[in-house]
Ligand binder design. Structure first.
Ligand SMILES: [Zn+2]
Length: 135
């Protein structure tokens, strides 16, 4: 990871928790800059402190958490709709499908931000047998 410019000191832990920073889409180092350049695309660098965000690799973590959070209530809703009202397929297409899409879209970005901020603040990286810097 790169070092911060002299005018902006590193402030891990001062700006907020990984969850608070990630949900707001803020930089994990300064808490001010934007984490995202698009809806889900990460910025190359923080626009405030210049933190290189190339370290960020949440992979499919956000999708896993979103699926885990959304699937049970959504299936319960669809089952309730089917059992209680014997809803035809078009009703499911107008209720269950939009509910699934909207809930996934609502959760994916904050969870991705959370995982990226947690990765930076907790210094998560690939495991190594020896610390290369100690040699
Ligand atoms: Zn920053």
């Amino acid at each position: 990871m790169d070092t911060p410019p002299a005018s902006i000191p590193p402030t891990p832990g001062v700006a907020g928790t990984p969850m608070a920073l990630g949900i707001r889409g803020r930089c994990p180092r300064c808490g001010q800059g934007h984490l995202f350049a698009g809806y889900l695309r990460l910025a190359d660098r923080c626009d405030q402190c210049g933190l290189d965000l190339s370290f960020a690799d949440p992979a499919d973590g956000p999708a896993f958490f979103v699926m885990s959070i959304v699937s049970i209530p959504l299936v319960a809703f669809a089952a309730w709709l089917e059992i209680a009202h014997q809803a035809p397929l078009w009703v499911h297409l107008l209720t269950t499908l939009p509910l699934a899409v909207l809930s996934v879209l609502a959760l994916l970005r904050p969870l991705k931000g959370w995982l990226v901020c947690a990765q930076y603040i907790n210094k998560a990286a690939q495991g190594r047998l020896q610390d290369d810097e100690a040699e």
